[in-house]
Design a protein around this ligand. Structure first.
Ligand code: URP
Ligand code: ZN
Ligand code: ZN
Length: 473
């Protein structure tokens, strides 16, 4: 049923029969049932809800839990002169148009400053500006005894956060001693550790060599971050987690040899969660060779690989090797002196802003390339994009499923919609999409956040009402 803002507002707290005649999918089942929403929760599955004030006809549609994007970068302070394209308003609006109801960015603060203060300020950016519910991760960069002994344990313990550490990026990387100390703090407070696995010394060495040979175009970003650098770091991160005995989340896995490391870890007793992202399924390193510095549009880390590695990366979603499919949305404008075409970036790949926009296209790409092409089924899609994300981040069962009791976060998808992705039709504040021209089948038409429609009939129909999701453990 088409609805408008007045209708949605008028019924925001009334009972609603959110879905009639739709195909409902959870991570476990696919079934046909009406879903009744009372206030902000799912109150009934099956049968027509008494006193429903509104009815949305979902015939021929998929009715799925709202997407949870558990790895995004929004308005992140990333260094002098580096400005991300999106604030919370634009990023979460785009996320909602792409079928999401929760997004999880990272609080990153400069070394030597108070994380607690940075965290307070970062959360404030989302206040009143978020069209999805936000949930925050902490990024650790300086594991000094003083810092590890004081404010961070308190933050982890009180807030039950996931902690992210980076093995790359000169200004933020941690060496093995730092990772051991940080993960040990996380273990003591029952937190999981997310790790970005790339060997920074390998990258620095190859980057120097490339620069010395005047190999400075965007493609060098991919050649100086080879599969071997990711494989070695993945092995090392897993080894360190094994030694400390801490649950580990390996993010944005891009290739088969890193997957091999992950596949062997459970036999050694590791509690491991692994994630991949759309760019490793549909982009390739050759995209970084596009003419006129356009390759900069595809610079992200780890870089996209080749066709064989794309196929390898499908192993993760297809089997249970990967648990999470996130966007790693990290948006920079292309035609912008603070973005991809900043003056230094035009001279060398080493200064091209690292990251690409992808928050709105994550789910349509996996529906189209995964579900519609028969690589994964609907329950697996739901597991990878909502249920496992909620479980990993301590939000389940309040988020990430369709059952009686959880928040009524629902996306109604039309599998008949065929679209060619064009940035002009997307809603982030970047000025390009790396997926321009990609044909997809399936797009969300209606997105409901805690019982209130946010997207209806392809339009934003509610004010920004996102609320931080409490962690349950
Ligand atoms: O290219 C990427 N992934 N940039 C964002 C930062 C990160 O490494 O996740
Ligand atoms: Zn990363
Ligand atoms: Zn990231």
């Amino acid at each position: 049923m088409p609805f408008d803002l007045a209708n949605a507002n008028a019924n925001a707290n009334a009972n609603a029969n959110a879905n009639a005649n739709g195909t409902v999918a959870t991570a476990a089942d696919v079934f046909k049932a009406d879903i009744g929403i009372a206030d902000v929760r799912i109150a009934q599955i099956g049968g027509t809800m008494e006193g429903a004030g509104r009815r949305i006809d979902a015939s021929g549609r998929y009715v799925l839990p709202g997407g949870i994007d558990s790895h995004v970068h929004i308005a992140q302070a990333s260094g002098p002169g580096i400005v991300m394209a999106d604030d919370f308003d634009s990023a979460t609006r785009a996320a909602a148009f792409g079928g999401n109801t929760t997004v999880m960015p990272f609080c990153l603060r400069e070394r030597g400053t108070s994380l607690a203060a940075a965290f307070r300020d970062y959360r404030a950016l989302a206040d009143g500006a978020s069209h999805t519910d936000p949930g925050f991760h902490l990024n650790f960069t300086d594991p000094t005894p003083q810092v590890l002994g004081q404010e961070r344990p308190a933050l982890i313990a009180e807030e039950n956060r996931l902690v992210k550490v980076l093995m790359t990026y000169e200004a933020m990387r941690m060496d093995d001693a730092g990772i051991l100390a940080t993960t040990d703090v996380a273990r003591r407070h029952g937190a999981k550790v997310m790790v970005h696995c790339e060997n920074e010394d390998v990258i620095a060495f190859l980057s120097e060599r490339a620069a010395g040979a005047d190999d400075v175009a965007p493609r060098a970003h991919a050649t100086t971050r080879p599969v071997a650098a990711e494989r070695e770091a993945t092995h090392r991160a897993l080894t360190l987690a094994e030694v400390v005995d801490v649950p580990i989340v390996i993010v944005h896995v891009s290739n088969g040899t890193a997957i091999d490391q992950i596949a062997r870890a459970p036999a050694r007793g590791l509690d491991i969660t692994a994630e991949t992202c759309p760019q490793y399924l549909v982009l390739q390193a050759d995209d970084l060779s596009r003419d006129n510095w356009e390759g900069a549009k595809y610079v992200c880390s780890p870089p996209p690989r080749d066709a064989a590695e794309q196929e390898n990366c499908w192993r993760g979603p297809r089997s249970n090797l990967f648990d999470l499919f996130s966007s790693d949305h990290c948006p920079f404008r292309y035609e912008d002196v603070q973005g991809k075409r900043n003056p230094a970036g035009l001279r060398s790949f080493r200064h091209i802003r690292n990251g690409i926009p992808r928050i709105e296209t994550r789910l349509p790409i996996l529906v189209s390339e995964g579900v519609m092409k028969g690589r994964i089924d609907l329950p697996r899609f739901v597991a990878l994009t909502a249920t496992n994300n909620a479980k990993t981040c301590g939000m389940y069962p309040r988020k990430g499923t369709i059952a009686i009791g959880p928040d009524a976060d629902i996306a109604i998808w039309n599998p008949e919609i065929r679209r060619t992705i064009r940035h002009a039709d997307l809603h982030d504040a970047a000025d390009y999409t790396p997926y321009e021209g990609l044909e997809v089948a399936g797009w969300p038409e209606t997105v409901i956040l805690r019982g209130t429609p946010v997207i209806g009939d392809g339009r934003l129909v509610a004010k920004a009402a996102g609320r931080e999701v409490p962690r349950l453990g």
